[in-house]
Design a protein around this ligand. Structure first.
Ligand SMILES: [Ca+2]
Length: 312
């Protein structure tokens, strides 16, 4: 059955590839709309980049909304050091011609869920959870409309990438993450524990480039750009391709495995702010609120990406 989804995103090269994968997979995924949030770069750029990607996919009919321009209770932290000044450094892509919708992204999320049957809409957050938390706070009645929240964020065994203990998306808005993880909707988490196993090796990037299409070339140029940062930082054979794990899960969930556990968010300690405290070993009685993934069939994941991106 086709999943009806809202992608909430801060593009970001890896967000871009996650969106392309969704748009290339209409049998499994119906993208109702895309909401932009401040994260990797400020909101003005993420709202623009989301439209650049829709146009790259030939889908200027997709509705893109701008959401929150800063976290609920903290100053915005961005990641130009990873993604470049535009957030989409790497490929040369034209400015978008398609319009940004007038409605605020949070209002769009609320209205769309209110119009839906219970348990039917999947939310796919690829950035800080500000928009989702704002919607849940303002309209708690929409939580029951959610089928699943499949998000990229957090880490347990891999600990942190923006501080020693926190992953970027959760760190930017820990208060929002706390609201979402306590909301009661089913959650699937793609933490660094998974995404750091999804490395773009030279062979995998060559597979994107050899598609010989506009999309294949753009994707190869995106991963070329951000892998410079990760290779230096981690000394790994390539960059982790984080966000497409979310949309890949909607198509082939069997690529991933993990544990259904309690996950809580650190919101008070400055030292460990934004840490996803995951009870992987079941040492507490806290209620299980999230499917926390730990393993990925990485080659299956890249084969899926290459196969689907070839369709665009
Ligand atoms: Ca992202």
């Amino acid at each position: 059955m086709t999943r009806r989804i809202i992608i909430d995103t801060d593009p970001g090269q890896d967000d871009a590839i996650a969106i392309l994968l969704a748009l290339a997979s209409p049998d499994e995924i119906d993208v109702l709309g895309i909401t932009a949030v401040a994260g990797n770069v400020p909101l003005e750029l993420t709202a623009k980049n989301a439209r650049i990607i829709c146009e790259l996919a030939g889908r200027d009919d997709i509705k893109v909304y701008a959401g929150c321009d800063k976290p609920l209770g903290r100053a915005l932290v961005t990641a130009e050091h990873v993604h470049g000044q535009t957030g989409l450094n790497g490929p040369r892509l034209p400015d978008p011609k398609m319009p940004l919708q007038d409605q605020h992204g949070v209002d769009y999320i609320i209205d769309t869920l209110r119009d839906a049957e219970p348990g039917t809409i999947t939310l796919c957050p690829l950035g800080p959870l500000t928009n989702i938390a704002a919607a849940f706070t303002r309209a708690p009645d929409i939580v029951e409309k959610v089928r699943e929240i499949v998000l990229m964020g957090g880490a347990y065994f891999e600990v942190g990438n923006i501080t020693p203990t926190a992953e970027f998306n959760i760190y930017v808005d820990p208060q929002a993450a706390d609201i979402v993880f306590r909301a009661g909707a089913p959650i699937v988490v793609m933490p660094l524990d998974v995404t750091h196993k999804a490395l773009v090796t030279p062979e995998r990037n060559a597979a994107f480039r050899s598609l010989g299409t506009k999309v294949g070339t753009a994707v190869a140029n995106m991963t070329d750009f951000f892998e410079r940062f990760d290779k230096e930082k981690y000394g790994s054979e390539g960059a982790p391709l984080h966000d497409p794990c979310v949309t890949a899960y909607l198509i082939r969930p069997e690529l991933f495995s993990g544990r259904h556990i309690n996950v809580e968010i650190e919101t008070t300690s400055e030292l460990t702010m934004g840490m996803t405290v995951a009870d992987w070993w079941g040492v507490t009685d806290r209620p299980r609120n999230a499917m926390f993934m730990g393993r990925i069939d990485a080659q299956g994941y890249f084969d899926l990406l290459t196969e689907r991106l070839a369709r665009l």
